[in-house]
Design a protein around this ligand. Structure first.
Ligand SMILES: C[S@@+](CC[C@H](N)C(=O)[O-])C[C@H]1O[C@@H](n2cnc3c(N)ncnc32)[C@H](O)[C@@H]1O
Length: 130
């Protein structure tokens, strides 16, 4: 299914305990709609694990990031082009944790806990609850 079209699905709404997205939200053309859709799927006590790139939202946050140049390059060559299709938002993989948290809250998640992932310096784990 198109992740941006999950909301309003009568069969799935409020039925899911746990949803995961591994490095997929930043590639969405309509990421806010996708996050609202995920929220709509969850049971009231459900959990959404969003695993996404470990970076800040501002270039200045990432100037000492050991993989920063590589990550911005991959974003420019892949994530931005796919995210801009059909007038999409074009977040890019370096949208960063501040913007991610803002968008998760805008989608309706009230609690977002962020943890680093052992042995995965590329990603953060955003644990999101309604
Ligand atoms: C960077 S890949 C991540 C793939 C996989 N999760 C991984 O970690 O290897 C981003 C994925 O998002 C999917 N995607 C992008 N927009 C989508 C949409 N609107 N609905 C469903 N999937 C979408 C793409 O097909 C792609 O598989």
């Amino acid at each position: 299914m198109d992740a941006a079209a999950l909301a309003g699905n009568a069969h799935l709404s409020g039925t899911i305990d746990y949803v995961t997205a591994f490095d997929a939200i930043h590639d969405q053309t309509r990421p806010l709609d996708a996050l609202k859709g995920v929220l709509s799927l969850l049971k009231p006590d459900g959990l959404f694990s969003m695993v996404d790139i470990a970076a800040g939202s501002y270039l200045s946050d990432n100037k000492d990031h050991p993989m920063g140049t590589f990550l911005y390059t991959v974003s420019l060559m892949h994530c931005l082009p796919v995210g801009l299709v059909d007038g999409g938002m074009g977040l890019g993989m370096m949208w960063g944790r501040q913007r991610a948290v803002e968008m998760l809250h805008e989608a309706g998640f009230t609690r977002v806990d962020i943890s680093e992932i052992p042995d995965d310096p590329f990603n953060l784990h955003f644990m999101c609850r309604i």
